[in-house]
Design a protein around this ligand. Structure first.
Ligand code: NAI
Length: 255
């Protein structure tokens, strides 16, 4: 039997990259997938690809920074699709700017990154909490190698703080919701080739080389590399796993 049969899975930021791959992977394992993205067209394309491959998916536009929209979306999904048992908080942005740039830009980075990467995770989780508790659900949050500190590759204080926050939120939620049978875990991707870092890869190939030089497996990751761990954490295979982060980074963090 497929690993996620009879589950309804919500994936945020599923119009691209890692989220799109996870949505498709969950559908292949029998889940009915709710594809959410701020980019309505991209979300619709993911859902169409899943249906074309024989899976079950619908898509809706959602900006995770809009708290009321998240609550309304949870109601809409409950009415139109059914009770959600898996939530993947994947939507995110990255900017590699330090603290010493032009003040306005530094402040803007902080506000945008925290709003999407951290408050967005809170907003969507809070909105879908009721069905997730009812279903003894599973929450998978997308952290990063920046859920820990790495000086060898540049990040931004805002991005690093947001991904530390995602890990802290994951642990606190696992502690609080465990008694309801809800499991909460994170995935920490390493350097994964997606549209998120397309421009940086083109303009700064040295940065990609730096990442890969420090990665024991000696290559960049692909969105498909995240799918197995994401299926594992959403399925009964991980029935006694909660409050942890599974690094999917080619070994980056170990060296
Ligand atoms: P991506 O840029 O390919 O996809 C991100 C998706 O999130 C896009 O479809 C975008 O429209 C959506 N999104 C952005 N803001 C949104 C909002 N306010 N509301 C709803 N959706 C929104 O990026 P990628 O690489 O697939 O990243 C996915 C997650 O993985 C992010 O949380 C990112 O921080 C994380 N990550 C990525 C790594 C990488 O190397 N690509 C490494 C570590 C973590």
């Amino acid at each position: 039997m497929p690993l996620l049969q009879d589950h309804i899975a919500v994936v945020t930021g599923a119009g691209s990259g890692i989220g799109r791959a996870i949505a498709a992977g969950y559908a292949r394992e029998g889940a009915r997938v709710v594809v959410l993205d701020i980019n309505e067209k991209a979300a619709a394309e993911t859902a169409r690809e899943i249906r074309d491959a024989g899976g079950k998916a619908e898509s809706f536009a959602l900006d995770v920074t809009k708290r009321e929209a998240c609550v309304a979306m949870a109601r809409q999904v409950a009415d139109k699709v059914g009770p959600v048992s898996i939530l993947v908080n994947n939507a995110g942005i990255a900017r590699r700017n330090g603290m010493l740039g032009a003040a306005e830009a530094v402040v803007q980075d902080w506000e945008d990154i925290i709003a999407i990467n951290l408050t967005g995770v809170f907003n969507v989780t809070h909105a879908f909490l009721e069905p997730l508790r009812g279903a003894k659900g599973r929450i998978v949050n997308i952290g990063s190698i920046q859920s820990f500190l790495h000086l060898r590759t540049p990040s931004s204080p805002a991005y690093t703080a947001s991904k530390h926050g995602v890990l802290g939120f994951t642990r606190a939620l696992a502690a609080e919701l465990g008694k309801d049978g809800v499991r909460v875990n994170a995935i920490g991707p390493g350097f994964i080739e997606t549209p998120l870092n397309e421009k940086v890869r083109a303009s700064n190939p040295e940065l990609a080389k730096t990442f890969i030089a420090h990665t024991p497996l000696g290559r960049a990751g692909q969105p498909a590399d995240i799918v197995g761990p994401a299926v594992f954490l959403a399925s009964d295979l991980s029935a006694y796993v909660s409050g942890t982060i599974v690094m999917v980074d080619g070994g980056y963090r170990t060296v």
